[in-house]
Design a protein around this ligand. Structure first.
Ligand code: DP6
Length: 324
């Protein structure tokens, strides 16, 4: 049995859209930060006595859709290693699943690490990232701590579509205040949502074409530790992704009224001199990224705010690792 822990991440330059579904190749590169307070712990054991893969998620047998997604992922490892056995997988998130807090990122990163080790494979960081990507695109980034860049790659076999560490967490110790506005499950997951955008959104080509500029501007902002630039590029990429999603047909609206209220709230905070900006994934939660000295005051002000159910504060997190 091998147990591994991987931390969640949020993209500052977003991934939305695939150029190959079977290999899960992203149409755009992305840059993210790994979050210390949000993680998945997954244990895997290959057991010849099992007739099918078993998946326990947060203490309960998982639904068939989740079990099949994990089973297909394990097939990749089994195929590579000539393994026949089914596996028992036990996975626990310390945060709400599927509410836009990127549970698939930490989940498939932890699974890639635990399952490959349990199968007797010692993969490099790059190989693990490629493997995790086949489970979920954002998972490729969760293998690494701090600041991470995912490359969309050029090769048709996906051999160059992996994430790499840009800087460790201590390069720039940012904090993230997650304002949870609703813990309800989202209606359209990212996988289906991004396919709908690719097929129907008139903004899709512009989104893909403009992504390289955002990535290069973000690399500069991180190298210079220029917070204003970081804020502008991140909000731009986030709003552009949501505009793309909203212009799909039927339109995808991941926000609720509270999400929008908080966007304005964060903007006015920044105008008032607080070093903070927002980013939002495929769900209604608002992640407020800030300089470390601003975090406590932001949490204080959000306490009792009618738009916020609860807050989670986190620093930047470490690489994924094997626990036992
Ligand atoms: C909005 O990685 O969940 O969080 O590859 O289909 O599993 P799949 O998609 P996923 O998409 C993440 C989308 C996002 C932006 C991001 O994390 O870059």
């Amino acid at each position: 049995m091998v147990k591994a822990r991987a931390h969640s991440n949020i993209a500052l330059v977003k991934y939305w859209g695939k150029k190959d579904i079977a290999l899960n190749l992203p149409a755009v590169g992305s840059i993210s930060i790994t979050l210390e307070a949000l993680h998945t712990e997954t244990s895997v054991v290959f057991d010849e006595s099992l007739t099918a893969d078993e998946l326990v998620l947060n203490g309960r047998p998982a639904g068939e859709k989740e079990r099949m997604r994990v089973s297909r992922f394990l097939d990749i490892i089994r195929g590579r290693h000539g393994l026949q056995s089914a596996a028992r997988v036990n996975s626990i998130n310390n945060f709400p699943t599927a509410a836009g807090l990127a549970s698939s990122a930490s989940a498939f990163a932890a699974l890639a690490l635990a399952a490959s080790r349990a199968a007797g494979l010692e993969l490099s960081g790059q190989e693990l990232s490629i493997l995790a990507r086949m489970g979920s695109g954002s998972a490729a980034r969760s293998l690494f701590g701090g600041f991470t860049e995912m490359h969309r790659g050029k090769r048709p076999d996906g051999g160059d579509a992996f994430a790499e560490p840009l800087y460790p967490a201590d390069h720039w110790p940012l904090k993230v205040v997650i304002a949870v506005t609703s813990e309800a499950q989202k209606k359209t997951g990212s996988t289906d949502g991004m396919e709908l955008s690719r097929k129907t959104s008139p903004y899709y080509t512009a989104w893909v074409e403009s992504s390289e500029d955002d990535l290069s501007a973000m690399r500069d902002a991180l190298a210079q530790k220029d917070f204003q630039k970081l804020a502008e590029i991140s909000e731009f990429s986030c709003l552009k992704m949501h505009a793309l999603a909203m212009a799909s047909n039927p339109g995808l609206i991941y926000w609720n009224a509270q999400t929008l209220e908080l966007l304005h709230w964060v903007r006015s905070l920044r105008e008032g001199g607080t070093p903070a900006f927002f980013t939002i994934d495929a769900g209604p939660q608002v992640k407020i990224v800030c300089l470390p000295e601003a975090a406590a005051a932001i949490v204080n002000q959000l306490q009792g705010h009618p738009a916020v159910e609860r807050t989670i504060v986190t620093a930047l997190g470490p690489d994924a690792y094997v626990i036992e």
